[in-house]
Design a protein around this ligand. Structure first.
Ligand code: SAM
Length: 224
């Protein structure tokens, strides 16, 4: 169901990200890459890469990137962007977060943006991210969250319940997807619970950082 929904909204996915987040999403992705402690020439997995925005931002830092996602239409859009912006520096592949098609310790770091709340088992996905990271490498998760501040949380809920479905429908023609996506933010685990998933997945030095007043949260943990 999730794969089909992302396939349906693929053509307008990038535009709606920019419109609905007032372009703040780019800064959040940069923060995720900073947290991954990337060095020149290292190899990053951008899991649930979608249209490859994280992968492209990483390639601009001189990093080799593999992007994996289970939605082929989004990957095709990502491939076009890579050809235009960073030819030959990013490899995209189909892959399920629950069963990553990579050997243990294949990457120096793994980043996933805006996808943990969509996977069947966050703990299992994080465990797979840990498995494919080398010892000492960082696993980073960026996710949309509910702000802690009560007034901001109230305004954000109004925005999610009314503005997002309307604008999403206007631009993509798909009201269900832009009703479902905000609902998953409201229903998803708290940052403390995600940190617990990270620990149970075998990550160490787990920490998290709210971004933009908690509209998004960055978690990271190290593979022991
Ligand atoms: C909200 S989009 C985020 C895309 C991208 N990371 C970004 O920053 O724009 C969520 C992505 O997660 C992918 N996804 C969801 N569940 C997945 C799974 N189980 N395995 C692989 N990819 C998945 C979707 O196909 C989609 O590309």
């Amino acid at each position: 169901m999730v794969r089909q929904m992302f396939a349906q909204i693929a053509p307008t996915y990038d535009l709606l990200n920019t419109v609905l987040s007032a372009n703040v999403h780019r800064g959040w992705r940069r923060a995720a890459l900073d947290a991954a402690c990337l060095t020149d020439g290292c190899c990053l997995l951008d899991l649930a890469t979608g249209t490859a925005d994280v992968a492209l931002a990483a390639a601009r830092r001189g990093v080799r990137v593999v992007g994996a996602d289970f939605c082929a239409p989004l990957l095709r859009i990502g491939q076009t962007k890579i050809r235009q912006q960073a030819p030959g520096r990013i490899c995209l592949t189909l892959g399920e977060a629950d069963h990553l098609p990579f050997a243990d310790g294949s990457f120096d770091a793994v980043v996933m943006a805006f996808a943990l709340r969509n996977v069947p088992s966050p703990e299992h996905a994080l465990s797979e991210m840990r498995r494919v990271t080398r010892r000492g490498g960082w696993v980073v998760n960026l996710e949309l969250t509910r702000p802690q501040n009560t007034s901001l949380a109230h305004m954000y809920r109004l925005y999610q319940n009314h503005v997002m479905p309307f604008v999403g429908w206007l631009v993509s023609g798909n009201r269900e997807a832009y009703t479902y996506l905000p609902r998953t933010i409201q229903d998803f685990d708290s940052p403390a619970q995600v940190a617990e998933h990270c620990r149970r997945a075998g990550l160490e030095q787990v920490s998290w950082q709210p971004l933009s007043g908690g509209l998004a949260t960055l978690h990271r943990g190290q593979r022991p």
